[in-house]
Structures are given as structure tokens and as C-alpha cells.
Design a protein around this ligand. Structure first.
Ligand SMILES: Nc1ncnc2c1ncn2[C@@H]1O[C@H](COP(=O)(O)OS(=O)(=O)O)[C@@H](OP(=O)(O)O)[C@H]1O
Ligand SMILES: [Mg+2]
Ligand SMILES: [Mg+2]
Ligand SMILES: [Mg+2]
Length: 332
């Protein structure tokens, strides 16, 4: 039986994807706000977080939410507030006031932790990709006692079939703990089971990494790739779509090495990491430690993120150990 959480998460993510696609088609310059950490946020991010929050609230009135966005910029700008309110009301069946929408967004201020149940939302992951017309994902995870048990990724611009740019685009990835990982194409109700690649030699492996070198060092990953005799060029795409393409076997390795001192956010990895694990892969940090989602809004116990098809995992971890001159790296 499909869980209610899974059904509701899919409904919420699909509605949020609809609003993102609409925003991309109508976005006018100047509607991007630059946040304190200098990253961009658009009306799409706010509207998508509001839509997911309102949808969760409808089915689970006491839900808790760790979300990337908050309503600060909307409180400061009437025009932004009005645009987001219109977008949400055009997408949902019921109508909501500006205050209700800001309150829904601010449900996302929950601090997370190791006990109880809560959701984790990145309304647009890869906002830079979204603005470029590239890859982005609406990412929703569900956490029980500090562990992710459900993940849904909505990837509106991702090719449905391998990386075929000429074929249909737009798909969901769904992972549920113990039940496997699935792909559902936009417009379909069929969930197709997916599995990581069975490639067992690094020389033929494909690896993916961030589009932006400021988010993950391309130089370090090139060194690791060379040590592993990987000759194919890296697949550079934004967002948790990277987890999706590992989960369905389009690439074997995802490397993410942020700058010194950067701590990863839970919403950038919650849904995607579970989907890769449920597809048979392994996800950990650069020391081989599992990602620890029980410590609040950020992955304070981890550094970097590595996802592999499992078969190549230990070879990849040994290369990381060697390139970064690490003493202790856990193997699978
Ligand atoms: N300096 C730095 N280092 C590492 N990561 C950072 C950094 N700055 C931002 N972020 C987070 O990266 C999220 C996007 O990750 P991506 O893998 O999609 O990056 S990329 O766009 O492909 O380069 C991005 O998520 P969104 O803000 O949801 O787009 C950020 O949370
Ligand atoms: Mg952001
Ligand atoms: Mg993100
Ligand atoms: Mg985001």
C-alpha cells in the first residue's frame, strides 16, 4: 500500500513544479532577490515553498517543516508579496491571503533534530540552473527520528529517457525507505522502478558534479577522476537532479567538495540521498561517514558529499583518501 505521506508529497511537488515552470516562462528581470549569502532567490522559490507547505498542512495539520526559504523578503517588498500571492492563488484551488501565504512559507523555520517526524523542503534546488533554463529540482524529504524515510524530487527540465535532450522532459524521482526508488514521468501515473548502474570498472564510469565550480571544486574532482582512469568528461548539472541520474544509472559517481568551512544544508541532500540509496547506491561524506540528518538544519557532522553506484564505492573512496591526503576514510 502506498503511504499517505508519499501520495501527498507527490501532489505537493507536482504543484510546485507547475508554478516553477510558469515562473520561468514569465520571469522578468529584477524579480530575483540576492540573499545575505549572495545566492539568488526568485518568486518561484517562495511560491513553491508556500504551495508545498499549504498542501502538507491540508493533509497533516500538525506537520513540521525545515525549509530553505522564509518570508523576510516578502515582508519588505509589496510587489514581491503580491506576485507570489497571485502565483500561489493561480495554482491552488482555494484562495489565500498574503498573510496566510507568508505564514505557510514560515512554517519552514523548524529547527529539525533527532526526534519526531518532520518534512524538509528545498522549493527550488539549483536556483542558478533554474534562472539559466538548465536543471533544477523541487526537493521534498520526510524525516522520522533523524532518518530520511521518503524523498521526492521533481525535475521539470530533466530528460525522461537517459540524457536524451531531444526526447520528453520532466520527471519525478520517488524513494521510500525499504521500498525502492522509482521514476514517474510528468503526465503519467506509472511509477517505474529504477536502479543504479551495474558498471564495475572506473575506466568506463561517468561522474557528475555541480555546474558551479564555486559550489564544488572541479579541480579536485578532475584529480580524482584521473586517478580512477575516468576518461569521460564530467556531467555538470545543477541541483539534486544529480542524485536522480545516479539513481537511474546515467552516471556512477557524484562528487561534491565545497570550499573549506562550508556546511551543507539538509534540504540540498535529504530527498536525493534517499533515492540513490533506495536505488542500490551508497551516499556518504568525503570521510565515508553516512550523512547525518539528525543534527538540525545543516549537516554539521559531514564534509562534502559522495554518491556512488555501490560497486565502485571503495575505489572512489580510496582515490579521495589519496588526493586529499586523509588518514581515515571509512570503506563500505
Ligand atoms: N559556496 C557554496 N558551496 C556549496 N554549495 C553551495 C554554495 N552556495 C550555495 N550552495 C548550495 O548549493 C545548492 C545548489 O547546488 P548544486 O549542486 O545545484 O550547485 S550547482 O548549481 O550545480 O553549482 C544551492 O541550493 P539552492 O540555493 O537551493 O539552489 C545552495 O544551497
Ligand atoms: Mg537557495
Ligand atoms: Mg538547494
Ligand atoms: Mg533552493
Amino acid at each position: 500500500m502506498v503511504s499517505k505521506e508519499r501520495e501527498v508529497a507527490i501532489e505537493a511537488v507536482l504543484k510546485a513544479c507547475t508554478v516553477c515552470q510558469k515562473v520561468f516562462n514569465t520571469l522578468v528581470k529584477g524579480e530575483t532577490v540576492i540573499k545575505q549569502d549572495e545566492s539568488p532567490v526568485t518568486i518561484g522559490d517562495f511560491a513553491a515553498q508556500a504551495i508545498v507547505s499549504i498542501t502538507l498542512q491540508k493533509h497533516f495539520p500538525d506537520f513540521k517543516l525545515v525549509g530553505e526559504e522564509n518570508s523576510k523578503a516578502l515582508k519588505e517588498s509589496e510587489s514581491l508579496r503580491k506576485r507570489v500571492t497571485n502565483l500561489v492563488n493561480e495554482t491552488l484551488e482555494s484562495k489565500y491571503s498574503e498573510e496566510e501565504i507568508m505564514k505557510a512559507i514560515d512554517r519552514g523555520t523548524y529547527e529539525g533534530g533527532s526526534t519526531g517526524n518532520f518534512w524538509v523542503i528545498d522549493p527550488i534546488d539549483g536556483t542558478m540552473g533554474f534562472l539559466r533554463g538548465g536543471q533544477y529540482a523541487v526537493c521534498l524529504g520526510y524525516t522520522v527520528n533523524g532518518e530520511i524515510t521518503l524523498g521526492v524530487l521533481g525535475c521539470p527540465n530533466l530528460p525522461c529517457n537517459d540524457m536524451d535532450e531531444n526526447g520528453p522532459k520532466g520527471c519525478l524521482f520517488i524513494g521510500e525507505k525499504g521500498l525502492g526508488a522509482f521514476q514517474r514521468n510528468f503526465g503519467s501515473n506509472e511509477d517505474v522502478k529504477i536502479h543504479v548502474s551495474q558498471a564495475d570498472t572506473t575506466a568506463k564510469a561517468k561522474f557528475c558534479e555541480s555546474f558551479e565550480s564555486s559550489h564544488s571544486s572541479h579541480k579536485d574532482s578532475a584529480e580524482i577522476a584521473s586517478l580512477l582512469n575516468i576518461t569521460l568528461p564530467p556531467i555538470r548539472i545543477d541541483s539534486q537532479c544529480k542524485y536522480g541520474i545516479i539513481a537511474r544509472g546515467n552516471a556512477e559517481v557524484y562528487l561534491r567538495f565545497a570550499r573549506e568551512g562550508y556546511i551543507e544544508n539538509t534540504w540540498d541532500h535529504a530527498a536525493g540521498s534517499l533515492i540513490v540509496k533506495e536505488a542500490g547506491g551508497i551516499v556518504c561524506d568525503m570521510y565515508g561517514k553516512p550523512l547525518d540528518f539528525s543534527k538540525g538544519r545543516q549537516l554539521i557532522n559531514n564534509k562534502g558529499v559522495i554518491a556512488t553506484n555501490g560497486i565502485l564505492h571503495n575505489q572512489v573512496m580510496k582515490a579521495i583518501k589519496s588526493v586529499f591526503k586523509l588518514n581515515n576514510v571509512l570503506l563500505a
